[in-house]
Design a protein around this ligand. Structure first.
Ligand code: RNT
Ligand code: ZN
Length: 416
């Protein structure tokens, strides 16, 4: 009896002063940005030579989406078993140009019309990213920081073009669009000049952001990184670089939790960011030994990230996006698993008695803080999750996979 179990959970949490109904409605209001690139291993529709830029999708699970229609169908299959209403996160290489080869610096809103129609029909938001990799002009591993002004010009124009597309998304859908700039720029070996590339990156960003777009529709974010494959020694767009750039220029930092040293946590950074910035954006991923972009699971750091967002009262100030690409398993199931885990972690965090825990911390009562924190791990949050899924009309448990398996049999496995 789902109702009985929910009532039991509700009373149990109420005894600690936690309102489960309030948690459910707070969770229902959170839009997670679902990265389209899990659907095709960051391939896109340009027919480029393959993924570059120091990132890699490994695995060859059959049946990845090869066109906008297939990708949209796969997204629909995922959304059918994901509770709530979300956003779809696009990259420039997912432009729908009807077979026409459009140079990335010449992309326009009209090349994304089918995505807007897709989003409108489903009540979704859209986010966008310029694609500064998998391209001949990124073959040197340098883009916005390239010593050649012509190469920089191309990528600056591309970024401006995608900001224009982002503003169009926001205006069309009435949901602000996040445009996130991530560049792969760096060096394999110890550089002779660390300052020069960063100065060029700064100048490029200044040009990109000098073009004004309506902030009601477009939110600009910049994503740092520590290293990539083939660029192990030096990354131009480091954390300090973007932290300072964002603070001085009114753009938003995007923290990808695969982009820091292994014992450095994004959860710990969130409150510091929120003290000084109106907003902070996230790429939630799972790094296994390196920035491996494994599917997000319900692990301790995911819960800690969610706890910080909730404790800071910042569900509307932290822009949550996912970023992983596992090509070794059913890609639709990979989407569903990661989104549902992000939601479960937020729910878990929403069901904690934060006021009580904070009071014990301030009183120096660390024993009770520890013991209740541990007991909460065995509280019946799964029953509250079941209620959330029931209200959203999706399966609460692993039955959702039946629908994905059927979709695989009927659609995915027939792709050759
Ligand atoms: C790469 C960054 C970046 C990409 C996507 C595809 O390390 O995390 O966000 O994963 O833009
Ligand atoms: Zn990322």
């Amino acid at each position: 009896m789902a109702g009985d179990r929910y009532d039991y959970a509700k009373n149990k949490y109420a005894a600690l002063g936690v309102d489960t109904d309030a948690a459910l409605s707070a969770l229902a209001g959170v839009r997670i940005s679902i990265h389209c690139w899990q659907g095709d291993d960051v391939g896109g529709f340009e027919n480029a030579d393959g993924l570059s830029g120091g990132i890699a999708a490994t695995g060859n699970y059959p049946g990845k989406a090869r066109s906008a229609d297939e990708l949209m169908a796969d997204i629909d299959a995922a959304l059918a078993v994901i509770p709530g209403r979300h956003k779809i996160n696009l990259h420039a290489i997912y432009a729908v140009t009807g077979g026409e080869a459009v140079s990335r610096d010449k992309l326009e809103p009209r090349h994304f019309v089918p995505w807007v129609a897709f989003a409108k029909e489903r009540g979704l938001g859209l986010d966008i990213n310029p694609t500064l990799f998998s391209h001949p002009l990124a073959a040197d591993g340098l883009t916005l920081s390239h010593p050649d002004p012509a190469v920089r010009r191309f990528w600056i124009d591309h970024c401006i073009a995608m900001r224009r597309v982002g503003e169009y998304f926001g205006r069309e859908l009435g949901i602000p669009c996040v445009n996130n700039i991530w560049i792969p720029d760096g060096y394999k070996d110890i550089p002779a000049d660390r300052l020069g590339p960063r100065r060029r990156l700064k100048d490029s960003l200044d040009e990109i952001f000098a073009v004004a777009f309506d902030p009601r529709y477009l939110v600009d974010t910049v994503e740092s990184k520590v290293f990539g494959i083939g660029v192990e020694s030096y990354t131009v767009g480091s954390h300090e670089f973007y932290l300072n750039y964002a603070a001085k220029n009114g753009v938003v930092c995007l923290l990808d939790n695969g982009h820091y040293h292994p014992t450095e946590t994004v959860s710990d950074k969130i409150p510091s960011m929120l003290l000084f910035s109106d907003k902070v954006a996230l790429h939630v991923t799972r790094a296994v030994r390196w920035d491996s972009d494994h599917v997000v699971i319900f692990d301790d750091e995911l819960k800690e990230i969610a706890k910080e967002i909730v404790r800071c009262g910042a569900l509307d100030r932290v822009l949550i996006g996912l970023d992983y690409f596992d090509a070794s398993i059913n890609r639709v199931a990979a989407w569903v698993t990661g989104v549902r885990n992000m939601q479960k972690a937020l729910l878990y965090a929403l069901l904690l008695p934060h006021a009580q825990l904070r009071q014990w911390q301030d009183e120096g009562n660390f024993t009770q803080l520890l013991t209740l924190g541990e007991e909460m791990k065995f509280y019946p949050y799964a029953d509250v999750w079941a209620r959330f899924c029931e209200l959203s009309g999706v399966a609460a448990g692993c039955e959702w996979f039946d629908a994905i398996r059927a979709y695989e049999n009927e659609v995915i496995s027939k792709r050759r």
